[in-house]
Design a protein around this ligand. Structure first.
Ligand code: ASP
Length: 275
């Protein structure tokens, strides 16, 4: 764990403070000649040099780098717990939180955090990038700057978006309704069953009727309960009894989510129903 105070144009004492939690992912990667030019996560101090705009924010920006930095394919429920503990420990000192995260499992993390952080009353904005911040043409810079702006946005002293969200390209989405749909386009995330909380263009247009309203009575309470003894069973034509049986007989398995067809259809053959 490493904490850096970013040198900004904040008044002293600061009127606003945002904590940026860096977990890894493409956003902060550089090419490493040692592994044949493959990408590896790099130190956020070097990232700061790539975004001098951060120094113009008139708020306190603190960077908290988690260790180890990971590709988000390595995320685990234990890591979610660590992120939510960092938020809980720093909840009173900051107005909002930005989490820099790989895109591959960002929607899972946003969803998990929305349940771990019960009673949340401040913005927790996850973002990342399709191209690293060190590349000349990238989406990392705008995704990070917009996320900080949204995390700090207030009206009458109250946060505009007091919930866990994903901010990516031109959309702000509810965290537990977002899905990564594109791996080669900048508009990587969509919400198929809930409207966007904001659209991001020359202005950030907030969709207030879709955003969870601020409620001063809500108190943050961490729900540190995560169960890993679960599995997802995806339906596909030709799924065999052997595959289903093996999965269901996994030792210690406590639950299975059936990923079914359409509005919940699955094979009707007797072996499937019996299993
Ligand atoms: N594999 C990377 C990750 O999820 C991809 C990304 O950041 O977009 O960490």
């Amino acid at each position: 764990m490493k904490v850096i105070q970013i040198d900004t144009a904040t008044p002293n004492p600061p009127e606003q403070a945002i904590l940026i939690i860096y977990t890894g992912g493409t956003i902060g990667m550089v090419k490493d000649p040692k592994i044949g030019g493959g990408f590896v996560p790099f130190d956020f101090e070097q990232i700061l040099e790539k975004i001098p705009e951060l120094h113009h924010f008139d708020m306190q920006l603190t960077l908290y780098s988690l260790e180890p930095l990971i590709d988000s394919s390595d995320i685990t429920p234990e890591y979610w717990l660590r992120i939510s503990q960092v938020i809980q420990e720093h909840y009173a000192q900051y107005d909002g939180f930005v989490i820099l995260h790989g895109t591959d499992t960002m929607a899972y993390s946003a969803s998990a955090l929305s349940f771990l952080l019960e009673g949340l009353n401040k913005p927790v904005i996850l973002t990342g990038a399709q191209l690293p911040i060190g590349t000349v043409r990238n989406d990392a810079r705008t995704n990070l700057l917009t996320s900080i702006e949204i995390a700090a946005a207030k009206k009458d002293g109250k946060p505009l978006v007091p919930e866990v969200c994903i901010c990516f390209h031109d959309l702000l989405l509810r965290g537990n309704r977002a899905k990564k749909l594109e791996s080669a386009h900048f508009d990587a995330f969509q919400s198929e069953n809930y409207p966007a909380l904001a659209t991001i263009g020359t202005h950030i247009e907030y969709n207030f009727s879709a955003i969870l309203p601020y409620n001063s009575a809500r108190q943050l309470q961490l729900q540190p309960v995560m169960e890993s003894n679960v599995a997802i069973l995806k339906m596909f034509p030709g799924i065999s009894a052997k595959v289903v049986k093996n999965l269901l007989s996994t030792e210690g398995l406590k639950g299975v989510v059936l990923e079914t067809y359409g509005s919940g259809n699955a094979p009707t053959v007797p072996w499937f129903i019996e299993l």
